[in-house]
Design a protein around this ligand. Structure first.
Ligand code: ADE
Length: 217
């Protein structure tokens, strides 16, 4: 899957995208990740990307021209990609949507908003608007990383044990996963439930079903 991110802060992605599963996905060529620095599409000698709002008000808005130019460039690189805007006004991100996006046969272009907002005319560029939760971040970068991680880990070959993605938290919309334990069986008197050590698969499945954590809101 090809993923491009349009951002004023590409360096924010370095730690996340160069570690762990996101790194593995790229080294296995399951993920082709790149950033476009919005500043490079800024206007004039100072590469201006923001300006004051018409009608007054606090703060600065991202100007339309640099965002249109950046999306145009990203589409030249990947013409069939869908464009995703990270915004607190978007639809709330869910595991079921991550699952369906991981099955896309097209790339994704993420636009990270910044400052106090963006010129509304950029919305015509966008196929999906996403929020990761009911709170406001300083910009879309952290939200983009959350969305990217949750999609990329579901791509074939990234997780290793494909089954663990299928049975894990949220995938049926009802339950979080069950409690799990590893060795030692007795840690300073804190013991692992006997049934899990019993080797009885039927009993273990029953115990896990009974002990699955409910989703909290
Ligand atoms: N930008 C600012 N807050 C956000 C949020 N909660 N989700 C997505 N993008 C955002």
């Amino acid at each position: 899957m090809k993923i491009q991110v349009i951002t004023l802060f590409p360096e924010m992605f370095d730690g996340v995208m160069n570690s762990s599963m996101m790194w593995k996905a790229q080294s296995q060529q399951v993920l082709d990740f790149s950033t476009l620095n919005l500043r490079e599409f800024g206007i004039g000698p100072r590469h201006q990307v923001d300006d004051t709002p018409y009608g007054g008000g606090d703060g600065m808005l991202l100007k339309p021209e640099p965002l249109f130019a950046a999306v145009r460039r990203a589409k030249e690189i990947d013409p069939t990609a869908k464009v995703v805007l990270l915004t607190p006004r978007g639809e709330r991100w869910k595991q079921s949507v991550a699952q369906s996006w991981s099955e896309f046969n097209h790339g994704l272009i993420f636009i990270c908003g910044r400052y106090e907002g963006y010129d509304e005319r950029i919305v015509e560029l966008v196929d999906h608007q996403v929020r990761i939760g009911d709170y406001v971040l300083t910009g879309g970068e952290l939200a983009a990383m959350v969305v990217i991680d949750s999609v990329v880990r579901l791509l074939p070959g990234v997780l290793g044990g494909e089954a663990s993605a299928a049975i894990e938290s949220f995938s049926d919309g009802q339950t979080l996963e069950f409690p799990q334990y590893t060795k030692p069986a007795n840690y300073d008197g804190r013991v692992v439930p006997d049934v899990l050590i019993s080797g009885h698969h039927g009993e273990i499945a029953k115990w896990r079903a009974e002990n699955s954590f409910p989703v909290k809101d």
